[in-house]
Design a protein around this ligand. Sequence first.
Ligand code: ADP
Length: 554
Amino acid sequence: MGIKKWIPVLIGIGAVVFTFFLWKALSSKERAHLEQKVQLKAADLRDDIKNDIESRIMALLRMAKRWEVRGMPTREEWESDASLYVKHYAGYQAIGWVDPSFKLRWVMPAGGDDDGHGFEDRKSALLAARNSKEPRITRSILFPDGSKGFLVYVPIYTDGGLGGFIAGVFRSQDLLDSMLKEHELQGISIAVYDGNEELYKGYDESEDYGFADERAISLYGAEWYVRVWPTFEYLKEARSWLPDTVLFTGLVTSGLLTLMVWLGMMAELRAENAEQINQDLEREVFERKRAEEEAQLRAKEIERANSVLEHEVKERIKAEKAAERQAAELARSNAELEQFAYVASHDLQEPLRIVAGYVQLLARRYRGKLDRDADEFIDFAVDAATRMQRLINDLLTYSRVGRQKEFTTVDCKELLKHAVTSLKASIDESGAKVVWGRLPVIYADPSQLDHLFMNLIGNAIKYRGSAPPEINVSAQERDGEWVFCVRDNGIGIDTKHFERIFVIFQRLHGKTEYPGTGIGLSICKKVVENHRGRIWVDSMAGKGSSFYFTIPKA
Ligand code: ADP
């Protein structure tokens, strides 16, 4: 729109400039026409003035010629002749005779203020007339009444030489008035000058419009010029309405054109805007429709997802109920199993003790008295009975752990000290070193924790390497629970056995390598789970093991 905005203005300016030039051209043409008219008039007037003055001078010449031919007239004759001239020809102020010594002798009409005025002051004209033997006109003269005029000297040559001069005195205003009255001078201003002196004034003082035509008139030594120009009235009348009408119409048309172009552009702009708005609207409608469709699609998807979710929730509730049922079932069967294990181990203890007692009695009393096979058989029976007793004891311990829970605040340091005291024999025998850092006071069942520490430290001593065992017990607070760690420098455990070792009766070694029943760590697991904690191991074969367990703080 940047450049477009200027288009109406440019068109307007163009039209105005064109109008102005047209007006100017028409005005110039009109003025040229007028000038031409004035020029023609000026030339016409010049010729007429010249002819008229010449005819006046011709009258004087005729008088001089008569004088020359007939000889000097009597004064009466001459005066009647001259008075006829003055009467007949308008513009004559007077006619006189100047004698050869340049003295004015006769003058007609006689008397009056201005009859001979300036006759003798015009000697140069007289001399020029005498010398050239031709008529001569003087420069302009001022009459006593303030009017202007001139004199014409016509020399008279008789046989006896210069007979004087016929002098014609003219009032220029009257003379030219009489000459010009036959001319159509409507609307024309005229002035006749002799040099700077104005001989004739045919105009109104205020009227000079800077355009005039001047024509020179050369007459018997006089250098006049006639100046012609149109009057204001004439200018007004002669002036055609065409240029001004063209100017006015052109300006109005320019304005209208500018307005029309501007309106046209505005209309176009508005149409463009409307179209743009339409397009925007259409796009918006389209977008909205698409959004609605998308929303519907999404709503359908959500509906579908909801029904799937509902279905899943139902399934999950069903599964949870089933799990609950299974858990309850498991708990019940576990309890039954534990009860069975407890009862079995407890009830087996008595007959086993009798079997072991008698087998040992047999061994004591009959060793070396029967044959060698019998000695060996008895040894096997004693060994098996002892092993079975240990197994039954451990199983009993396992089933007893947690049967009676007595939770209280326990100082772990005291508990650990007690465990170390209980294990004093094996610690001394192995040369083990047990150290611990800051241990917390926790809420727990002390008898169960005693089993836990005893088993972990006991294992750390049992599964030692070649070096004397070094056992470190520590605890760290983390996320609302205590994380305990029992670290040793023993034989370590392969990663693949990390889960297995916590299962009851699972052992990694034969009974000849390391004695044991495979129940210790399962007791530990049971104790930790009774406290809602977790237990795990981190180890590398040959690099020692770290057993971790957690006890929640609350
Ligand atoms: P037991 O010691 O009677 O064999 P446990 O349940 O206490 O039974 O241990 C299970 C197995 O875990 C052990 O047979 C042994 O191989 C391994 N084990 C337990 N503690 C350690 C330990 N501190 N270092 C190396 N191995 C261990």
